[in-house]
Design a protein around this ligand. Structure first.
Ligand code: ZN
Length: 343
């Protein structure tokens, strides 16, 4: 028994993971076949090649093709259910899961409510069968700014149906956060949280703009803050959480290697970091893999990985009482696991 067993068994929380980017490869092939979508890959090996990305734009094109394989409310339910099963396999107790609704309304012609009902059916079944829980972050795709308002309205009207936040994804370069201020203002007024992607493909100015124009409470990625010492100091002082996805950053060319990734440097500066898998099968990873990469390449030991898990819990949008209760459980389990697995 070693650290991998410990990491696999420790209770975890994940905050930056996309539902469409988490579809199991075998399920994607089945959906494509059933729904008459032509993929450039017909088997798992072909999909691995399909998931090798030249750059961010290429990644977005693949992502859109994957998204087009979902056609019916039952399809959405299936991928949500399997997402919950994959959480349970990794002992992820709670997740906040990003979903880009406008893409699917456009692709399927279904009303948003039917898509959300499908998703929530899968979510409820997963909760029941696996004892895990997750909530939704509805995401604006910044490439289509005109869709930002409808997505914000859908999110604002779905607070009782598991939606906790409004997100902003897609092509960061050329679509700065300030263009989405109205949509985020609407969502925040309705009581939703603000979790835009920023500082991944674009630099520190994008993070500043996400904080100032969108009232960002957490930053998706945010790693390129490292290029601006004033921003690093600001994020550290206010303990604004970053949802860092190291392997995703390598696969999309943000950094050439784990050795050159700023995770460790930002951690040592006292930032509130969380580790996340982003689009796990597309990057041949999962949350356990991300924790192991931090251990192998950045010297994270068991106590540091425990802190990382608690950081994610603390940065989540669960109620204060639920966080407290879960943190107590997590600490007890960490102690027992350390004795059983690492002793
Ligand atoms: Zn993302």
């Amino acid at each position: 028994m070693g650290l991998r067993d410990f990491v696999a068994a420790m209770p975890k929380v994940e905050l930056h993971v996309h539902l469409e980017g988490s579809i199991r490869p075998a399920t994607l092939l089945t959906l494509a076949r059933r729904n008459g979508v032509s993929l450039p890959a017909g088997d798992l090996e072909g999909l691995r090649a399909f998931y090798r990305f030249a750059d961010f734009d290429h990644f977005i094109r693949v992502y859109m093709l994957i998204s087009s394989c979902l056609k019916t409310p039952a399809d959405f339910g299936l991928v949500a259910y399997e997402f919950g099963a994959d959480m349970a396999r990794q002992n992820i107790r709670y997740a906040e899961v990003t979903f880009s609704p406008h893409t699917h309304v456009a692709y399927t012609g279904l009303p948003f409510d039917e898509i959300l009902a499908g998703l929530n059916d899968g979510r409820a079944r997963a909760k029941e069968d696996f004892g895990i829980d997750f909530a939704w972050v509805l995401d604006i795709v910044r490439d289509d700014p005109e869709t930002s308002y409808p997505v914000a309205v859908w999110a604002a009207n779905s607070r009782d149906e598991g939606v906790v936040a409004l997100g902003l994804g897609g092509t960061e370069r050329g679509h700065p956060p300030q263009g989405f201020a109205d949509a985020f203002a609407l969502a925040r007024e309705a009581g939703l949280h603000s979790v835009p992607h920023a500082g991944e493909v674009a630099g520190p100015e994008s993070v500043w703009s996400a904080l100032r124009a969108l009232g960002a409470e957490r930053i998706g990625h945010g790693v390129r803050c490292v290029e601006d010492p004033a921003l690093v100091a600001y994020l550290a002082e206010r303990q604004i959480p970053l949802e860092v996805c190291p392997t995703s950053n390598l696969c999309l060319g943000v950094y050439p290697s784990y050795a050159q990734h700023p995770f460790r440097a930002l951690w040592d500066r006292g930032l509130h970091l969380t580790a996340n898998s982003d689009d796990p099968p597309m990057f041949n990873t999962d949350l356990v893999g991300e924790y192991m990469a931090l251990s192998e390449h950045m010297d994270f030991d068991a106590p540091a990985l425990e802190r990382l898990s608690l950081n994610a819990l603390r940065a989540s949008f669960l109620s204060r009482s639920r966080k407290q209760e879960m943190a107590d459980t997590f600490r007890n389990e960490f102690r027992d696991l350390r004795n059983q697995v690492l002793a």
